[in-house]
Design a protein around this ligand. Structure first.
Ligand code: CTP
Length: 412
């Protein structure tokens, strides 16, 4: 019934958060695309990891310091069909009423589009449930159009029996679906606000390249393709762009909404980029392209018995970005990555922004444990030709992708 609908599922601190994985699983079973967000207190009762596995989408646990237009929660909030908060604590009800959006659940609730329905399942002890402040907050939210899954009488965390218990997981999902049907009938207008990169065609490169030495050996690098895959997925799914991904050898998966072209060598990547370029508004070169290739790869496997000592003759590959620059149209935006380490990293990245004539460059460091190749996290600095320098603290590559794409969406 929720087929392909994007649902945000918020979980706050209550013993009932232990039911969250079952609720998430049942929501997924209805066909919905489910994105979970958890407060810090919720994580004492359930883990983001299990929710990520059950939904196939990384659970959100942090607000990263990116304020103003174009931040991730706006894109996710606006593109959602509805949001469920279950369990919802008394504190969250109070904050929702007072507009205090200081955790990912509240932030997403504040970012929903006009037609997205917010549905809340409160859970707390009976004394708290009966507090006039709690009841007033619920009434106020109800008047603003929020719908409620009422708590039931039963065993409470305190050991007492009383009012305030969240219904069982399958009942929560059933009521959520029923309330949504009513909301959709009362408000049949689809969300019309366009996604930030809707209508834009984005070409992204990712992964390493492999340059053959003979039929079994190659020169490669440690790039995993995670950053390119995250950029492609987020650009298509959250930002609404038409995405073509030219991917070097990588085991990273990409959603079917991304048009993926697999390549192996720097030359193959260059040919694909140049043939695709004219149909795209934006190019993001996140691939770690090999700078050298074997000048004369052997046709047959090189046998160790044939060579006692062996030196390999290398020739430079062509710089794809350089070729792009001489082929691009004035309006096309070109974004590069700079892989640097050591003290001169910033200087080199800025140098590449200028010398390659890019609109934006993302500095990626290879000399940090938790950033760069193969890790799921990254610590980047973004430079634009207008002089912006934005430091992004250690976040997941998905979050990096969202920050980069938000800045691209704001470029004109
Ligand atoms: N790049 C490219 N073609 C190449 C090599 C790199 O288009 N043959 C692109 C990368 O995709 C990246 C940017 O150029 O967007 C910078 O890549 P990087 O490896 O950091 O720098 P290089 O230009 O290769 O210079 P160096 O290796 O000397 O630092």
């Amino acid at each position: 019934m929720l087929n392909a609908k994007k649902i945000i599922y918020g979980i706050t601190g209550s013993i009932a958060a232990a039911k969250a994985p079952i609720i998430a699983r049942e929501l997924v079973r209805t066909g919905a695309e489910v994105h979970c967000a958890l407060t810090n207190s919720a994580q004492k009762f359930t883990t983001p990891y299990s929710l990520s596995i059950l939904t196939g989408n990384e659970a959100i646990t942090e607000i990263f310091p990116s304020s103003g237009k174009g931040t991730w929660h706006v894109h996710l909030g606006r593109s959602a069909h509805a949001m469920l908060i279950a369990p919802c604590s008394a504190a969250t009800l109070g904050k929702l009423r007072r507009g205090i959006y200081d955790n990912p659940v509240l932030l997403l609730a504040s970012s929903l589009g006009d037609n997205a329905q917010l549905i809340i399942a409160p859970a707390m002890d009976e004394e708290m449930w009966q507090q006039p402040a709690v009841q007033e907050n619920i009434e106020w939210l109800r008047n603003k159009g929020v719908k409620f899954i009422e708590p039931v009488k039963g065993n409470l965390a305190s050991g007492l029996v009383g009012m305030g218990r969240m219904p069982e997981a399958d009942d929560v999902v059933k009521q959520f679906q029923q309330l949504l049907v009513t909301a959709d009938t009362q408000n049949p207008q689809p969300e019309t606000r366009p996604l930030p990169l809707a209508g834009k065609h984005i070409l992204i490169t990712g992964g390493p390249t492999y340059e053959p030495i003979d039929p079994v050996r190659f020169i490669g690098n440690r790039s995993s393709g995670k950053m390119g895959a995250a950029l492609a997925k987020e650009a298509a799914e959250i930002f609404g762009a038409d995405v073509t991904l030219i991917m070097g050898p990588s085991s990273e998966k990409t959603p079917s909404s991304v048009n993926r072209i697999n390549v192996e060598t720097a030359d193959e990547m260059r040919d694909e980029v140049l043939s695709q370029l004219s149909g795209h508004d934006i190019l993001i070169m996140s691939a770690a392209v090999s700078d050298f290739r074997a000048s004369d790869p052997e046709k047959e496997k090189i046998k160790k018995t044939h060579k006692k000592k062996w030196s390999l003759d290398l020739s430079p590959t062509r710089d794809i970005l350089k070729d792009v620059m001489s082929n691009k149209k004035a309006k096309q935006k070109i974004i590069g990555f700079a892989l640097e380490g050591g003290e001169g990293a910033i200087k080199y990245a800025k140098g590449k922004l200028d010398s390659k004539g890019l609109d934006m460059i993302i500095l990626n460091r290879f000399d940090e444990m938790d950033a760069g190749f193969s890790t799921d996290t990254n610590r980047i600095t973004i430079f634009t030709k207008e002089g912006l320098q934005k430091e992004v603290p250690l976040v997941t590559k998905t979050e990096c992708a969202r920050i980069i794409l938000s800045l691209i969406a704001e470029m004109e």
